[in-house]
Design a protein around this ligand. Structure first.
Ligand code: 2P0
Length: 324
């Protein structure tokens, strides 16, 4: 079982596509909603893997991504049986929030257990990273930082993983405002590649993101949610600026996204701590105090198709009987 995470300092761009090594560190909050539960069983007699998602057999590219990941696990374990993988996402269908983070974190944990790999959290995070970069962070509950790591090849492979960021008890929530449930126009993988290759703002943003990470860690440590929110919002807007200046531009924000951002500004004018972050899609996640979450949710309801309130959630864990 694993939950998605929302980055406050974004991962946007790889320096190595095959090893899924990012250009910079990122930092996220794991949520307590939209968990993914994955069961893996060995199927020695089968000629290939069978993968189902919410009861439907997976095919094409999503299937190939899962089998390529299983090949990596098999290679590490030195065992080559096929597997039956059954995945259930609790994210409401069509909410536009399907995340590869919870999916690959849950798969990494279940598959490594079934193939007999005994991994600690660092090793599990490294493995999950190979499925999807952001999955490295969903191994951990609460806040996590994913280190870009150093160098190339083996040195880089072993030095890029996530770790928990201890924080004081924070009265924090995230309100998720779904403005468009449709599929993305460009996959985040393709969009980040285009941004790195063509945006003149990309490397300046990476530089500012490095400074944002230092600042947000200090703000988390002192429990300063206002500073956490300010830094997260500017980091996300910066990431979207790099996409908007890619050639051709990638624009995930829609008029409805901007309307939610206006509402967040209005909430702040009304004295409520509220800061927005957006990922590779038009939906908005608003960081606020837990005690204000319902007020924030009510304010964001108009013009959005669905709203959800999330809090810091658990790291990935094995349920007894799931996959051993
Ligand atoms: C993040 N995103 O830090 C950023 C912010 C989207 C915007 O991680 O290519 O699905 O599988 O490593 O992890 C989405 O990217 O990409 C993402 P891959 P992933 O959460």
């Amino acid at each position: 079982m694993a939950c998605p995470n929302i980055a406050l300092i974004k991962y946007w761009g790889k320096r190595d596509e095959r090893l899924v090594l990012p250009t910079a560190d990122s930092l996220s909050m794991t949520l307590d909603v939209f968990s993914t539960t994955t069961t893996v069983e060995l199927s020695p007699a089968a000629s290939g893997d069978q993968v189902t998602l919410n009861g439907t057999e997976m095919a094409d590219e999503p299937y190939r991504r899962v089998t390529a990941f299983l090949d990596l696990v098999r290679q590490k374990a030195g065992r080559f049986e096929a597997a039956v993988v059954d995945t259930h996402n609790t994210v409401p269908t069509g909410a536009g929030l399907a995340s590869s983070a919870s999916g690959f974190a849950a798969l990494a944990l279940a598959a490594s257990a079934v193939y007999g790999l005994k991994l600690d959290d660092t090793e599990l995070s490294r493995l999950a990273r190979r499925g999807s970069g952001s999955a490295s962070r969903s191994v951990f509950g609460g806040f996590a930082v994913w280190r870009a790591g150093q160098g190339t090849g083996d040195e880089a492979e072993s030095s890029s993983y996530a770790e928990a960021v201890p924080t004081p008890d924070l009265d924090v929530a995230m309100v998720i405002a779904v403005v468009d449930a449709g599929p993305k126009s460009v996959s985040s993988r393709a969009a980040m590649r285009r941004t790195v290759d063509t945006s003149p703002l990309y490397w300046p943003w990476v530089e500012s993101s490095r400074a944002d990470l230092v600042d947000i860690r200090a703000a988390l440590e002192r429990g300063d949610l206002t500073a956490v929110g300010e830094i997260a919002e500017r980091n996300a807007l910066g990431m979207h600026a790099t996409m908007l200046t890619a050639r051709p531009a990638v624009r995930y924000m829609s008029p409805a996204t901007l309307a939610v951002l206006d509402r967040v500004i209005q909430l702040r004018r009304d004295g409520i701590l509220a800061y927005a972050t957006m990922d590779a899609g038009p939906n908005v996640k608003v960081l606020c105090r837990s005690s204000d979450a319902q007020k924030v949710e009510r304010a964001l309801r108009e013009g959005t198709s669905q709203t959800f309130i999330a809090h810091p959630g658990p790291g990935a864990f094995l349920r007894s009987g799931d996959s051993r």
